[in-house]
Design a protein around this ligand. Structure first.
Ligand SMILES: Cc1cc2nc3c(=O)[nH]c(=O)nc-3n(C[C@H](O)[C@H](O)[C@H](O)COP(=O)(O)OP(=O)(O)OC[C@H]3O[C@@H](n4cnc5c(N)ncnc54)[C@H](O)[C@@H]3O)c2cc1C
Length: 276
């Protein structure tokens, strides 16, 4: 590779087996929680192993903090596995498909021939591998599109969701998914306005001041930041004037009034399961 002989010293070597797509049956046993490669082992196609691991930690982190602070029941911790295991199955499935797309590719026998046929086969192989490369790494749908629609702490709206495609991410403010990002005044990220823990977005035109939420959140010991957004374009994306966003930036609820605030807060903290 270098072009002339070089001396090298092997310090250590180990076997690495490609091709795994393994998900543990359980992510929790009592007070023990597992995340990362310990519960989902990827072929690194698509580069998803660490992303998925970080999302596990973010999901579990705020739930542990809420329970340790005494603001939520231990049931909130059970939702870690309920929310994250399906995402692990989803993401390892995408990674497996990417790995098979390259691993099962067999070049045609004459690909190295010094002939017109060989030239055509090399061009054909190049086109296939280029398309593979694009499909493996242009995957905003995998990264941003995971959803917790069936979680008992999400007040889902029961709308059918768009197909879950690796290469397509359609921002969607329905409860259960990542809050859509928007640039405010072309320079401030909406995410920079979110509170450190919970956020209540108040979007114009708003019929409700959200006072019931603030009171209910305070009673529940929740750290809630109310964010008023003046930019009109957010209503087109978020649809409702009030949006409750979890510490992991997942939308827990949205609506146009806060009369049910106590029940909503109790649901998102795991005191009562969401009605289905
Ligand atoms: C070749 C390759 C390429 C990759 N490319 C990407 C990529 O592009 N993008 C991406 O997101 N992911 C990628 N990954 C996956 C990513 O590296 C893993 O998903 C990630 O490191 C998992 O983090 P973890 O903390 O769960 O586990 P680990 O990183 O494995 O950390 C576990 C740690 O625990 C230690 N440990 C084990 N047993 C004990 C013990 N008994 N006591 C104390 N310590 C112990 C280990 O030494 C290790 O340091 C790749 C993986 C490989 C192998």
């Amino acid at each position: 590779m270098v072009g002339y002989p070089v001396e090298g010293e092997i310090l250590s070597r180990g076997t690495w087996t490609a091709g795994f797509a393994l998900v543990a049956e359980k992510f929790q046993a009592g007070r023990i929680f597992l995340g990362g490669d310990a519960v989902h082992l990827f072929t690194p196609a698509g580069g998803l192993g660490y992303n998925t691991a970080v999302d596990d930690a973010v999901n579990l982190g705020w739930k542990l903090a809420s329970v340790v602070k005494g603001n939520a029941p231990s049931f909130l911790l059970d939702t870690y596995e309920l929310e994250r295991r399906p995402v692990a199955v989803r993401n390892t499935g995408f990674a497996r498909a990417f790995a098979e797309s390259i691993g099962n590719y067999v070049p045609k026998p004459d690909i190295e021939a010094d002939s017109d046929l060989g030239s055509d086969l090399r061009r054909e192989a190049g086109a296939y591998l280029e398309a593979h490369g694009r499909s493996e790494f242009n995957i905003p749908g995998v990264t941003f599109g995971a959803r917790y629609d069936h979680s008992p702490i999400i007040l889902a709206e029961g709308e059918g969701q768009a197909p879950d495609l690796p290469e397509v991410y359609v921002p969607n403010a329905a409860p259960g998914g990542r809050a859509p990002h928007v640039w405010l005044n072309c320079q401030t990220s909406l995410f920079d306005r979110f509170g450190f823990e919970w956020t209540l977005l108040r979007l114009r035109p708003s019929s409700s001041p959200g006072t019931e939420f603030v009171t209910a959140a305070r009673m529940a010991g929740m750290d809630l930041t109310v964010v008023d957004i003046k930019e009109d374009q957010l209503r087109a994306i978020y649809r409702e004037p009030l949006v409750l966003i979890r510490p992991d930036q997942v939308i827990a609820w949205r609506g146009d009034g806060d009369g049910d605030a106590v029940q909503i807060i109790e649901t998102v903290l795991g005191h009562i399961p969401a009605k289905r």
